[in-house]
Design a protein around this ligand. Structure first.
Ligand code: DCP
Ligand code: CA
Ligand code: CA
Length: 653
C-alpha cells in the first residue's frame, strides 16, 4: 500500500538509469559478431523457438516484440539472431546478466547515493554532486558542453528534431536567469551524461536515463527516449507529463488500487485525479494513501533513494507450462531441489562476498486443479524463517509447498491422489541484511541484547509466539497482491500467484527482486479506511507479525539462544533489528555493559549458524575478548551458563 512520505524539497536531483535491451547487450558483448545485427534473447524453453525476453533495437525496427516467440520473430525478421539464455540445472542461469548489472552499478555509484532497483536499473541521488558542481562553475560560464549532454531531451522545451535542438538545449543549460532548481537539473544532466559515457567506456553497454526532482518523475522520463538517450523533467513540464498518463501506468497503481480509481471514481489518467481534494481521497482510501494519491497527481513524491547496491532478495524459479506441469509430489521435490540449490549457492555467495544474511524463505507456486470448480483460487505463497544450507532450504521449501498445496486443494482432498498440476514454482530469500564487518559485529550483537533486556526484560511469554516460527502452523501466508517480484521494469512486474508465471520461464530472474511483504515503512500508520483495510488484507499477517517483532526489540536473539532454535534466522532477525535501532551512543553504552540472561546455550546452536557467523562467534568467545566481563568457558553453553550465574549473583548483591 502506497504511503505518503514526508514532503521533501523539490531541489533534489534524482536520476533513474535503465540499460538498453539489456540481455541482448550482454550477449552482444560476449559475441561481438552479433553487434549491429537484429538480435533477441530467448527463454530456455524452446517451444516454438522460445519466448523472447529481450529484443535489440535493430530487431525492434523490424517489428519484433518481446511478446513473440522465436518462430514468430523469424517471420517478421528473417535475419534475426536468437540467443538462448545460459542454462544451468535445467533452467535459465541469469548470473551473467546479474554480474553485468553489478558492473554498471559500481560505475554509477561513483557520483552519489545509488539504489539498485532491478537487474538493469538504478536510482541515483545526485543532489550533492549537482550542488557542488553549481558552486564550482556557474553554468552560464561553461565553455564546452559534451555532445551527450546537448543531446538531452528537456521536457517542456520545444525541440525540432534536428541539429538546432542542441543549441536550444545549450541555451537552456546555460540560462543565467534560470530557477535554481533548473540549474541543479542542468548539472544533473551533465553528471548523468558523464556517467553514461563512463558506463559505455568501461562496460561497452549503453543505457538511458531520466533526470528529475524525484524518483517517480525520473523513472517516468527514462523510457521516453531510448536507446542511449537521456530525458530531463523540468518543474514546468511536470503537469503536462503527468496529466495524460494512464493511471495504471503509475508505479503502485497497476493493481487493485488503480482499478478502484478507475471503476469507483472514473479516474483513467493521472490528470483525472486532480479534481479530487486530498480530504476526499483520504476519506476514500485512508490518510496515507489519500495523501499519496493527491501528491503523485501533482508530481510530488518524497521517496528517498536508498543507498543499496545489492539486491533486496534472491529468487530461483521455473515455469512448467502446458504438458510440463508437475503432477506429483516427487516431481515437485525434484525441481525444488534444483531451485533450492541455486538459491543456496547465491545466498552463500552473498554471505561470503557481501557479508549479508537472508532472513525469510518464501515459496510461490502457480497451480491448477484438474476438476476445477473454483478457478479463482490461487496457490497461497508461504514463508518461514530461512535456515542456511541447501538441504535445510529444501526441507523447509517442501514443507511450505505441502502446506500451500493442502490449503489450495482444501481439506477434503488428499494431495497424493493427484488431480492437481503445478505450472510455476519459485523459492526466494528476502529480508537480507548486512553483518557489520569485523568480529566486533557479533560481539555488538550479543552486547546489543543488553539494552533490551535492561529496558524491557523480555519474558518467556513474550517470546513464545515467535519461537514457534518454524512450525507449520505459524507459516505466514502471502496473498496474491502482496507478492511481487519486479523483473526489469514496471511493465514486467509480475505477481507470482497469477498466471504471469506462464510467460515467465525465468521467474525471479531479477537481481533486485523485491518481496513487497517486507514493508519498508516504519512510520506509525493512521487509522485505515475500509478500502485501505481491504487493500491491506494481504499484508496484514506479516505486518502484524513484524509489528509484534518490533515491539519486542531484539528479543529474537535471546529467544534464539534460549530455545536452541536451529534457525540462523534468529540471529539475522536480531541483527536486522539491531541495525534498525542502533545509535552510536547506544553502541557505546553497550560496549561498556554486559548482561546476559539466558538459560542455556547449546553448541549445536552455533553449528547451525552460517559458517561466517560461526567463525565470528567462536572468535568472540575466545577468552581475551571477554576477559573483563565473563569467566572463560570451553563451550558456548558453559560460557553462557557461567555468565548467567554471574548475572544472578550480580542481581543478588
Ligand atoms: N526481462 C525478462 N523477461 C521480461 C522482461 C525483462 O527476462 N518479461 C529481462 C530481459 C531484459 C531485462 O530483463 O533485457 C531488462 O528488462 P527491461 O524491461 O528493462 O527491457 P530491456 O532492457 O530488454 O529493454 P529496454 O531497452 O526497453 O529497457
Ligand atoms: Ca532496460
Ligand atoms: Ca528495466
Amino acid at each position: 500500500m502506497p504511503v505518503a512520505r514526508p514532503e521533501t524539497s523539490d531541489s533534489r536531483i534524482i536520476a533513474h538509469v535503465d540499460m538498453d535491451c539489456f540481455y541482448v547487450q550482454v550477449e552482444q558483448r560476449k559475441q561481438p559478431q552479433l553487434r549491429g545485427q537484429p538480435t533477441a534473447v530467448v527463454q530456455y524453453n524452446s517451444w516454438k523457438g522460445g519466448g523472447l525476453i529481450a529484443v535489440g533495437y535493430e530487431a525492434r525496427k523490424d517489428g519484433v516484440k518481446r511478446s513473440m516467440r522465436g518462430d514468430e520473430a523469424k517471420k517478421v525478421c528473417p535475419q534475426i539472431q536468437l540467443v538462448q539464455v545460459p542454462v544451468a540445472r535445467g533452467k535459465a542461469d541469469l548470473s551473467i546478466y546479474r554480474n553485468a548489472g553489478s558492473e554498471v552499478v559500481s560505475i554509477l555509484a561513483r557520483k552519489g547515493r545509488c539504489e539498485r532497483a532491478s537487474i538493469d536499473e538504478v536510482y541515483l541521488d545526485l543532489t550533492d554532486a549537482a550542488e557542488a558542481m553549481l558552486k564550482e562553475t556557474p553554468l552560464e560560464s561553461l565553455e564546452s558542453i559534451d555532445e551527450e549532454v546537448l543531446k538531452s531531451h528537456v521536457l517542456g522545451l520545444s525541440l525540432n528534431g534536428n541539429d538546432d535542438d542542441k543549441e536550444i538545449v545549450r541555451e537552456w543549460l546555460t540560462r543565467r536567469d534560470a530557477d535554481h532548481r533548473d540549474k541543479l537539473l542542468a548539472c544533473g544532466a551533465i553528471i548523468v551524461a558523464e556517467l553514461r559515457l563512463q558506463v559505455l567506456r568501461e562496460t561497452e553497454f549503453t543505457c538511458s536515463a531520466g533526470v528529475a526532482h524525484n524518483k517517480m518523475l525520473a523513472k517516468l522520463a527514462t523510457g521516453m527516449n531510448k536507446p542511449a538517450q537521456q530525458t530531463i523533467v523540468t518543474l514546468a513540464s511536470v503537469k503536462g507529463l503527468l496529466e495524460p498518463l494512464p493511471i495504471k501506468k503509475m508505479k503502485q497503481l497497476g493493481g487493485k488500487l488503480g482499478s478502484s480509481l478507475q471503476t469507483d471514481l472514473g479516474v483513467n489518467t493521472v490528470g483525472d485525479l486532480l479534481q479530487f481534494s486530498e480530504e476526499k481521497l483520504q476519506h476514500l482510501y485512508g490518510a496515507n494513501t489519500g495523501t499519496w494519491l493527491w501528491n503523485i497527481a501533482r508530481g510530488i513524491s518524497g521517496d528517498e533513494v536508498e543507498g543499496r547496491l545489492l539486491s533486496k532478495s534472491h529468487g530461483s524459479g521455473k515455469t512448467f507450462p502446458g504438458m510440463q506441469a508437475l503432477k506429483t509430489l516427487a516431481a515437485v521435490e525434484k525441481w525444488l531441489k534444483e531451485l533450492c540449490e541455486e538459491l543456496s549457492e547465491r545466498l552463500q555467495f552473498d554471505l561470503e562476498t557481501n557479508k549479508r544474511v537472508a532472513h525469510t524463505l518464501t515459496l510461490h507456486a502457480n497451480a491448477y486443479k484438474s476438476t476445477d470448480t473454483d478457478s479463482h483460487k490461487k496457490f497461497p505463497s508461504k514463508s518461514c524463517p530461512l535456515r542456511y544450507g541447501a538441504g535445510k532450504i529444501l526441507e523447509d521449501s517442501v514443507n511450505l509447498f505441502q502446506a500451500g498445496l493442502r490449503e489450495f486443494l482444501g481439506s477434503y482432498t488428499n494431495p497424493a491422489d493427484g488431480g492437481w498440476g503445478i505450472t510455476g514454482l519459485s523459492v526466494s530469500a528476502s529480508k537480507i541484511v548486512a553483518i557489520p564487518s569485523g568480529t566486533s559485529s557479533i560481539t555488538r550483537y550479543f552486547h546489543g541484547r543488553d539494552r533490551f533486556s535492561a529496558s524491557s526484560e523480555p519474558s518467556d511469554e513474550k517470546l513464545a509466539p515467535e519461537v514457534d516460527n518454524l512450525s507449520p502452523s505459524s507459516w505466514t501466508e502471502g496473498h496474491s497482491a502482496s507478492h511481487q517480484i519486479e523483473c526489469g521494469g514496471e511493465q514486467t512486474q509480475i505477481t507470482h500467484d497469477t498466471s504471469s508465471f506462464d510467460k515467465y520461464e525465468t521467474a525471479c530472474k531479477d537481481e533486485a527482486a523485491e518481496i513487497c511483504l517486507t514493508s519498508k515503512h516504519h512510520e506509525p500508520q493512521p487509522r485505515l479506511s475500509e478500502k485501505e483495510r481491504n487493500f491491506n488484507d494481504g499484508k496484514r499477517s506479516y505486518e502484524q507479525k513484524r509489528k509484534a517483532t518490533k515491539e519486542k526489540g531484539t528479543s529474537s536473539i535471546l529467544r534464539f539462544l534460549q530455545t536452541n532454535s536451529c534457525s540462523s534466522s534468529g540471529v539475522q532477525e536480531a541483527l536486522d533489528m539491531e541495525r534498525e535501532s542502533l545509535t552510536k551512543s547506544q553502541n557505546k553504552r553497550r560496549a561498556n555493559t554486559w548482561r546476559y540472561n539466558v538459560d542455556e546455550i547449546d553448541q549445536s546452536v552455533v553449528e547451525e549458524l552460517p559458517p561466517e557467523i560461526q567463525a565470528e562467534v567462536r572468535t568472540w568467545l575466545r577468552p581475551q575478548k571477554q576477559a573483563n566481563t565473563v569467566k572463560r568457558g570451553s563451550s558456548i553453553a558453559h560460557y553462557f551458563s557461567l555468565n548467567r550465574i554471574e548475572q544472578t549473583n550480580l542481581k543478588k548483591s
